[in-house]
Design a protein. Structure first.
Length: 279
């Protein structure tokens, strides 16, 4: 009798441990707003440009990176969360896209195609700001766009490295890590997304409904919505009445992802009437 009770007790604890392990794995490997199957459907050509045959922009790497930023896609209503996800995916797709303009039917399926800026595969000294005293460029290193959001400039590499890795020199001396480590690459994109850099709010605060424009923003026509995200990311080249392929496709990426995620794009999705930051 005692041995039977012992066996039942042992089986119970084994099942409990297995259930806890399964729940922990699901918690680490899944994301409530987007499944791995949906991720693969949204990005059927990921890594096709410069990582053919090697999975770099994987769902697993993305989910692991999100765990570093608990506020990411976790504030506001379900609609706002889905809208922010659409905005984030649209932004990284635009930055890394490999679509052909002659095939617009499939153009928006080519997000996460490239890992780094094609024009700078041999390096671009133009992204080194030698006036940056806190994050000076290392000799012979290029700080061109890398990763899902194409992190650029030595001061961004240094600040990200300092805030996330605890040492500014980790990426200042080894910027290529963003094309080698998938989780770190996605981490750089989410870090940029959730980090405000004065006078700019964070993209996260804009899309989650946390940002309230101040008087300067209001006078500059900046309002909550995807248009403000465009302004934060690349306003100098895409906002304030500038008509370009860049702002056209960035906006259309957003509309396309909102449609895929079955969420309304919301108000103020263009930045044509917004004065770019720094002007």
């Amino acid at each position: 009798m005692k041995s039977t009770q012992y066996l039942l007790f042992l089986v119970f604890w084994l099942l409990l441990i297995q259930a806890c392990a399964t729940n922990k794995k699901e918690d680490n490997d899944s994301f409530p707003l987007l499944s791995e199957t949906e991720w693969n459907q949204l990005f059927p050509h990921m890594n096709g440009g410069d990582s053919l045959g090697k999975l770099f922009y994987s769902y697993t790497a993305f989910v692991k990176a999100t765990k570093r930023f608990p506020q990411f896609l976790n504030e506001g209503s379900t609609q706002l969360k889905k809208r922010e996800l659409a905005a984030f995916l649209a932004t990284i797709s635009h930055e890394t896209g490999g679509g052909n303009e002659n095939d617009m039917v499939h153009f928006y399926d080519f997000g996460l195609y490239y890992k780094e800026e094609l024009a700078c595969l041999n390096g671009c000294a133009s992204y080194s700001d030698t006036t940056s005293l806190n994050y000076p460029p290392a000799k012979g290193k290029s700080y061109h766009g890398r990763g899902p959001i194409q992190l650029s400039w030595n001061y961004n590499y240094g600040l990200f490295s300092e805030m996330v890795l605890g040492n500014k020199d980790s990426l200042l001396n080894n910027p290529d890590l963003l094309t080698i480590d998938p989780e770190l690459s996605f981490t750089s994109a989410i870090w940029f997304w959730v980090t405000a850099q004065d006078p700019k709010p964070s993209c996260h605060d804009v899309m989650s409904g946390n940002w309230v424009p101040n008087e300067t923003d209001s006078l500059a026509g900046r309002k909550p919505g995807f248009g403000a995200v465009m302004n934060i990311v690349n306003g100098g080249l895409e906002c304030g009445g500038i008509e370009s392929v860049k702002n056209k496709f960035r906006l259309e990426y957003y509309v396309a992802f909102c449609k895929k995620m079955k969420v309304d794009p919301g108000p103020n999705i263009s930045c044509n009437s917004q004065q770019p930051y720094g002007q």
